[in-house]
Ligand binder design. Sequence first.
Ligand SMILES: Nc1ncnc2c1ncn2[C@@H]1O[C@H](COP(=O)(O)OP(=O)(O)OP(=O)(O)O)[C@@H](O)[C@H]1O
Length: 695
Amino acid sequence: MDALKSLVQPLVGGGGGSSMIDGMKLVVLGGTVETARRVASSGWSHFINSFFLTAHFSEEDYPYDWLMLWLSRRPEWQRSREFETTTRTSTPGFGTRLADNSFGDDDDENEDIPGKVKTRVVFQPTANTTHTIYYRGHWLRVRRGRKNDGSGSETLSISVVARNNSILKQLVLQAKKEYEAEAVHRIQIYFADSHGCWRWTDSRHKRPMSSIVLNPGVKEMLLSDTKDFLKSEKWYADRGIPFRRGYLLHGVPGSGKSSLIHAIAGELMLDIYVVSLSSSWISDGTLTTLMGRVPARCIVLLEDLDAAFTRSTSRDDESTGSPDSSKTATVSNEPTDFHLRSSRRHRTEHLSDVNTLSLSGLLNALDGVAASEGRILFATTNHLERLDPALSRPGRMDVWVEFRNASKWQAELLFRNFFPSTDDDNVVIEGELEGIELPTKPPSPTTESTSGASTLSSMFSSFAGQSTNASSVSLSSCAGTAASSSVSTSGKAPSTRAGDGLKNQAYLPPSVEEEIAAFKHSSPPLDGNTLSKLAKDFADSIPDEEFSVAALQGYLLKNKSRPEDAAHNAAAWVVSEREMRERLKKERELKEKQAREKRRKELLEKAEEKKKAEEEASKKALEAEKNKTEEKAKREAEETAAAEAELKQLQNEAALDTATAENKDSDSESDVSSSGTSTPAEPAATWVKIEDSSN
Ligand SMILES: Nc1ncnc2c1ncn2[C@@H]1O[C@H](COP(=O)(O)OP(=O)(O)OP(=O)(O)O)[C@@H](O)[C@H]1O
């Protein structure tokens, strides 16, 4: 303490100085320290800037995802003392890949429940903290931050002391490699958002091409065409052709358009960028921005192409996207090998006014100067007839493929793919009622009659708890009936419970009911011949091109564990589906009729009201006119009366004047007569002519 005093003493002066001087000395001291701190800080920044190489990675770009995955696996990152937690899967890494620094309730006894979604919590260092990570002989300074441009999107800055940026390149490449190794079995799906940005939405398992059932050659053609395109960049460049290719998949709903795109993306290891053209926010500008922002190699999927064409204010009549029949015929003559025209009838449904995308905007976005190259464009539509021919020209949609309802051939193949065969490797049978031996005989009357008591008994035993004793063993052994043989006590959870119940109960449980026994999630594998026969029976019952593959798939799913039933009941299913369709059609027609009738009535009422209003208005107008005329006539009559009165008055005055003059004359006559001259009298007033203007 004394030592400190002796140090400060000379600075603040001895005890004899005035307090003002002491204060000033303190200010100078503080200022010096602060200046020194600032100089040191700016010197450090200068040092960093001149010796450190810094790379910035934005959340919107791929390397950010690669590096976040890489970082999540670094112990230094995981050991961060300032962190935040998240359960959101906002980037492709989270949820599927950032397992290394995530945690959950791993001891959860319900963990084995199939389909249970496990919520994982991910630790990640807070934004604006700097971490030092050692990588290949270099110390990296890593900092997570946010952009100041108002978007709030995250950035990652990595600084390193190095002569050149090769270490950063190595880092990015390694992160990419690790990321892709993880992604090899999955495809990433990005959706367009209203700000014109792509947002990662989902990561899906690849779909095997073999699971898509299409007419022979279609899948193979599309796959080889896309593959060929991807390796032809130079070919396109040499010929000055824009390096883009478009595929239009059109046809009935549920025929496999989306599934095929998914499978192709998996085969080509490309991510899918989806734009729904019916989104309310879509506009020419947003679409152009989006198209300019897709990466070089990817699949862009424009869903429901026909839905883009709405009667929005920005579009003229000619660009409604609904070509007339003559235009459609022209399109059908396009020389595309796979272009098969749809003969579907033209529907006159009205499209809704939801967005302001124009046809020219869409065309520009697809192949305008701002459109990116190298991408594969897939567009799907259920209403080919609604598309404008401009969309179909080669260069925009080079290959057209029509998807129809399932043929018999497809139905058979679908059946064969659906059920496991003993010829297949790795047949997995899921969801058996494990441990329960299913009854071979129908339940005995005794068992049935006791089923109520047995249930009660079972409830009682579970309520009263378990008490195993010798009598329970003798009970189960003495009940040598079909019912007792229906339950095996050697199985897992369900059977153990049944067995425990059995030990304490006086009554045996009923045998498993047939319906319950039949409820399985998969069927045992069928031998090749049986499967072929059943598949043929199934296909025989399915009419050609009447049902979509999705509908057949739905039927097979209902019979997932019963291939025989699936095959033999298919004809009945077809009948019931037809009946249902017919019923739905009738209901729809009835509804439409009612709606039309309602509309007709509304229109009639409106017309009636309008007519009434018009009559009322004309009546009012007539009355107003009449009033006006009457008023005018009245006014004119008043004016006439006033004029007449005035005239009368003038006449009177004139008469008066004449009389006065005569008097004077007579006076002067006497004078004149005395002189011998005479002067005639002047008229006293002018006559006013009044016309009736109403005539
Ligand atoms: N050809 C097919 N091969 C295999 N599965 C199919 C096929 N067609 C449809 N499916 C199945 O039917 C369901 C719907 O298929 P998908 O979404 O691909 O049809 P879509 O033609 O894109 O329908 P939409 O036009 O309504 O979007 C999926 O579960 C898919 O597995």
